[in-house]
Design a protein around this ligand. Structure first.
Ligand code: ADP
Ligand code: MG
Length: 728
């Protein structure tokens, strides 16, 4: 009976690519399964259409009677498209998505049946929510939670189910999901940014946040992936010797996409088009079998939903193509991991990107205001930003000699650095007419032409300005974007509110002109946020030392990084802006801490299991063959056998040594787990898993990987790196 490994390899030899035919133009199918403006116009009454649009644009409530009309229209549309079920689609604090399908089907008197979907069912549902993580919110307060329709993200049909994006809230009002705080932060930032944008253009009445994520992932043959218990249970390989060839030749990045993969991508993109996810870019990434997918940016709430939906669809489509998608941040040791760059910017209802330098000095001053305020916000809250991307998975990337470092810093390029240095010299108080002219002509006015050919890019920066947006690169590939986006929105909102207060105060108290006041405040911001700006190599040891000197945090593990989530500073921030209450903050913190512990715990168990039940027995099997061989040589050569069996004897000994080390490692690791498990405090338990349990992973792995090199390939049961990474 061949091992799972050889069965899987054989299966990959016989793969027939799933052919994908694109018959329709993408523009023709875009949004076909979305209840978007076009379908709403067709299926809704004028009044109910208006009420949805008002809800989207200005957050007004939809009343009961309109909700009834809307649900009827939505149902008609969905049934016409073959939908049989509906679900409230939401993002619980696990980070993934949740759905519970109900049929439209209802029985009525006379043994007849109809399709029914009322306003109440559209607006609010009560999922049995007791099994979602709540960080104690529901235990302490109220046992029930409900989902409520979020009209700003349109309903869509997936398969035969109408999915209605919703928030998930406890009856006591606490948010139990990722979306609610995100929506609150978007609203707060809208108000704060609109107030500032009005300094420059009175017509601005709304500012939206734009997000364009770049999703990295690995694609591994399904049979090969499922032959590995570690990939199946933890999403990554816990052992496996490096392949002789890895990514050193740089021959994968932007290379031609393998046919099987291309078919997968095209199939996936068709699904995305139907669901209105505007995916645009696809390419190979640095590591073998690693790829990236990026959309055209969208309003942030929608972009977050679309990324969650995409990840779900990616897995489903992969299954059709006999692939498994790995979203884990570090599925393979020794080659690049995966991230999800979050490109973030602000856009006014008049269509102006506030982080894009304008073509007049005034527009450029507006750009500088938002640009400098964002830098100052990151400077003041770098720890919270770091915490927003902390997870057991992402620990393998951040600060582990890979993009990007665990130290948060901002890269802006040499030209803008020069501009900020000039602005820093602006005189205190009122500016002389000459100085103002000079500033407008030679400093601020010079920005647009400079940025057009501003090509310097720093790939090692975790937070980089890239011409017309900031790119938050620390976000992990498996993460839900909502949390990092909520943090970024909140800290920038707070900064903009402060900015306005300071400017208004200078105008009122010091009788300054508006632009004088703005220059004065910006100058101070530039001065106090210098520590966060770094243009050099973020991976270098020199930067680690320099960052320490500057007082920047450098937390390399999750339990340490998460502390910033519940600091007084963070609680003040969220409470003052009305984004989260102390209870909501604490709940999220606890969930993250416990999730960390559980992940390390699972990994420890799986590693112990594979090492004891796969690796050691295989090593013994091979050792027995060697022993038999030595015994045979002894039979033939008698006393002289040593002359012919020196190498075999050495191998026998080496195998025994590795087996012993693995056994000791596992026993010690289990003991540490036992000690950790009885710790009451969840923080201390997480630290114990981090500092006492996790260090055994590398030790155990080291000896397993050595055995992989020694043992007969025919006997080795675990699919090897070269097979996982180079099968196309
Ligand atoms: P990269 O070189 O990093 O791959 P791209 O120019 O391809 O950069 O853009 C990456 C992502 O940034 C895309 O998803 C794109 O839609 C997004 N993006 C571009 N402009 C904005 C913006 N104003 N706001 C948010 N995201 C944006
Ligand atoms: Mg990018």
């Amino acid at each position: 009976m061949p091992t799972l490994r050889f069965q899987a390899i054989k299966e990959t030899f016989n793969r027939v690519p799933v052919i994908v035919n694109e018959t329709e133009r993408r523009s023709a199918i875009f949004g076909k399964n979305v209840f978007n403006e076009t379908s709403m116009r067709q299926f809704l009454t004028k009044d109910s259409y208006k009420s949805v649009m008002n809800a989207i644009e200005s957050g007004t409530k939809i009343d009961r009677s309109n909700a009834g009309h809307i649900s009827t229209g939505m149902k008609e549309w969905a049934i016409a498209k073959g939908a049989t079920h509906y679900t409230h689609w939401f993002q619980p604090l696990t980070g993934s998505t949740a759905e519970k399908h109900d049929a439209f089907f209802e029985t009525i008197e006379g043994g007849r049946a109809i399709e029914k979907f009322g306003g109440g069912q559209l607006v609010q549902q009560e999922p049995d929510a007791s099994s979602f993580p709540s960080g104690g919110i529901r235990n302490t307060f109220e046992a029930r939670g409900y989902t409520a329709w979020d009209p700003t993200s349109p309903a869509f049909i997936y398969g035969t189910t109408l999915c209605i994006p919703t928030v998930f809230v406890a009856y006591t009002g606490e948010a139990l999901d990722n979306k609610t705080p995100l929506l609150r932060s978007l609203q707060v930032l809208d108000h704060a940014a609109t107030d500032i944008a009005k300094y420059f253009d009175k017509k601005v009445t709304k500012v939206i946040v734009t997000l364009g994520w770049e999703q990295e992932y690995f694609l591994i043959d399904k049979a090969l992936a499922t032959s590995r218990p570690d990939i199946t249970l933890t999403g990554r390989t816990l052992l496996g010797h490096a392949s002789a060839k890895g990514q050193q030749l740089d021959d994968h990045y932007f290379g031609s996409i393998p046919t099987r993969v291309l078919n997968y991508m095209r199939d996936l993109e068709t699904e995305c088009m139907l669901l209105g996810i505007p995916v645009k870019t696809r390419h190979n990434e640095v590591a073998p079998n690693q790829f990236e997918l990026a959309p055209i940016f969208e309003e942030a709430n929608l972009a977050v939903d679309h990324n969650s939906l995409l990840m779900d669809i990616m897995e489903k489509v992969a299954d059709r193509h006999n692939f498994k998608v790995l979203f884990h941040e570090k599925p393979f040791a020794g080659i690049n991991g995966s991230g999800k760059h979050n490109n973030w910017s602000l856009c006014t209802n008049t269509g102006v990107n506030l982080l894009s330098p304008g073509n007049t000095p005034m527009k450029s001053l507006q750009f500088l205001t938002f640009f400098v305020s964002t830098i100052k916000a990151v400077n003041d809250y770098e720890e919270l930003l770091r915490a927003s991307i902390a997870s057991a998975n992402n620990d393998h990337r951040l600060g582990a000699n890979e993009a990007p470092p665990a130290i948060i810093s901002v890269f802006i390029g040499s030209q803008l650095t020069k501009t900020l240095n000039e602005l820093e010299k602006v005189t205190t108080g009122k500016l002389s007419p000459e100085e103002k002219t000079d500033l407008k002509l030679n400093v601020v006015g010079k920005i647009p032409e400079i940025l057009l050919d501003n090509t310097d890019r720093n790939r090692t920066s975790p937070f980089a300005f890239t011409g017309n947006k900031f790119e938050f690169r620390g976000v992990g590939s498996s993460a839900n974007c909502a949390n990092p986006m909520t943090v970024l929105n909140s800290i920038v909102a707070k900064q903009l509110i402060e900015f306005k207060e300071s400017v208004d105060k200078l105008i009122k108290d010091k009788k300054m002109k508006k632009d004088d006041a703005i220059f004065n405040v910006l100058r101070e911001y530039i001065k106090v946020s210098k520590a966060i700006r770094f243009e050099g190599d973020g991976y270098s040891d020199a930067w680690v030392k320099e960052a320490k000197r500057r007082g920047l945090s450098n937390t390399k593990n999750t339990p340490e990084a998460l502390k910033a989530k519940i600091s007084k500073k963070t609680i003040d921030l969220y409470e003052s802006l009305g984004i989260m209450s102390k209870v909501e903050i604490k709940a999220r913190y606890e969930i993250r801490v416990e999730e960390y512990t559980m992940r390390i715990q699972i990994e420890g168990r799986v590693l112990g299991d594979i090492a004891r039940n796969h690796v050691i027995p295989t090593a013994i099997k091979y050792q027995n063959i060697l022993i038999e061989n030595v015994q045979g040589l002894k039979d033939i050569y008698g006393k002289d056998f040593r002359k012919f069996s020196k190498e075999q004897m050495q191998l026998i000994e080496q195998i025994s040594e590795h087996i012993a080390k693995i056994n000791i490692g596992i026993t010690d690791m289990i003991n540490e787990r036992k000690k950790a498990n009885i710790i009451d405090s969840i923080e201390e338990r997480a630290f114990s898993y981090c500092n006492k349990v996790k260090p055994y992973f590398d030790k155990i792995r080291y000896h397993c990987d050595k055995l992989e090199l020694l043992v007969d390939d025919e006997l080795w049961p675990l699919t090897k790196y070269r097979e996982l990474l180079f099968t196309k």
